[in-house]
Ligand binder design. Structure first.
Ligand SMILES: Nc1nc2c(c(=O)[nH]1)N[C@H]1C(S)=C(S)[C@@H](COP(=O)(O)O)O[C@H]1N2
Ligand SMILES: [Mo]
Length: 329
């Protein structure tokens, strides 16, 4: 079982207690790289917001720790997207809106200490420590297709355990019908936070969707803890939905009886629905969803047909029986 911790983080915990050796090493590397870059820029060019995050030794940056992930039945024969592409071509708007921004800028995100709140319609609202969440169930590797609403796709080996295990642990009340995820919002750690969005980033699912065995609570990819740009230290992966449903760097799971607000749906509900199941027969108003550009090891990615529910129809289509998927897009 997860150890239930109180909301206040134990302040007697020293960084050496929470910093694995690799993290310390990675920190030193990042620090050296940062200092070299700082020297090149001239220290005057540094903004105050960048400084404490990288120079304060009591904080750790992300460490590419190995995860003990067991193989699973969730796999595909398609070619895996290379690690360097999956970790350098990202959407994580909090760190900038260009695909290359998150890999460059998300290094200012502190992933330890990290706590996650469980709120709303649950037996007992509580705050959990990431280490305990990670240890709650064995981690398995699942090779999933990842389809962005922008019509590109990848094949990524994610490491985590079934979201349903975590939701069962949270003990939602029978009245709870949805779960909402919230990403961290911290302007100090997110100096590139773009304006014009209603931060923090939120996403949501119907509870039965979240309980589907394919839904993955994710802590790593490619056998390592998540790189910051991929949503460290905890995100969700919903392989039959457009990528934006995969909320990154989660700090809150909120259980509710009302369909929760979600970032993209709020910004433009004509273009981004609540369900956002991958559907080649419902086009985005500005482009077709019938095909996708598969980002793999080739220098010139091919476009391939997009499949209903991203190829997972046999496992999820029954969640939407009787629903008009053109209306509930
Ligand atoms: N907090 C947050 N989560 C987010 C996003 C974001 O901008 N902010 N982008 C989404 C989109 S559009 C996609 S395609 C995936 C990308 O995940 P990846 O970078 O790990 O491939 O993250 C999703 N989760
Ligand atoms: Mo996306």
């Amino acid at each position: 079982m997860l150890v239930r911790k109180s909301a206040s983080f134990d302040s007697t915990l020293r960084s050496s207690d929470i910093t694995p050796k690799d993290a310390a090493e990675k920190y030193q590397q990042d620090r050296r790289r940062f200092l070299t870059r700082a020297a090149a820029l001239g220290a005057g060019a540094l903004t105050a917001t960048h400084l404490p995050s990288l120079l304060n030794p009591s904080q750790t940056v992300h460490a590419a720790d190995k995860l003990q992930a067991a193989p699973s039945k969730y796999t595909t024969t398609e070619n895996q997207t290379p690690f360097n592409k999956a970790t350098s071509y990202n959407n994580f708007y909090e760190f900038g809106t260009d695909k290359s921004d998150p890999a460059k800028h998300a290094q200012t995100l502190h992933t330890r200490p990290w706590t996650v709140q469980v709120t709303g319609m649950v037996k007992k609202p509580q705050t959990l420590d990431i280490e305990n969440i990670m240890k709650y169930r064995p981690i398995e590797s699942r090779l999933y297709r990842h389809r962005c609403v922008e019509a590109w796709s990848m094949v990524i080996p994610w490491d985590g355990y079934s979201l349903s295990d975590f939701i069962n642990f949270c003990e939602p009340l029978p009245s709870a019908k949805y779960v909402q995820f919230t990403t961290l919002l911290d302007r100090k750690q997110m100096p590139d936070l773009p304006g014009g969005y209603d931060w923090p980033y939120t996403e949501g699912l119907r509870l039965d969707e979240a309980m589907n065995p394919l839904a993955l609570l994710t802590f790593g990819c490619y056998g390592e803890t998540l790189p910051n740009q991929n949503g460290a230290p905890i995100r969700v992966v919903m392989p039959w939905k457009y990528g934006f449903k995969n909320c990154k760097s989660i700090v809150k799971f909120h259980f509710t009886d009302k369909q929760p607000k979600t970032t993209w749906n709020q910004i433009n509900s004509q273009e981004y629905g609540f369900y956002s199941n991958v559907n080649p027969s419902v086009n985005h108003p500005r482009w077709t969803q019938a095909r996708e550009r598969r980002i793999d090891s080739s220098a010139f990615p091919k476009t391939i047909p997009t499949l209903p529910f991203n190829g997972y129809a046999d496992q999820v289509a029954n969640l939407y029986n009787g629903m008009d998927l053109k209306k509930f897009y």
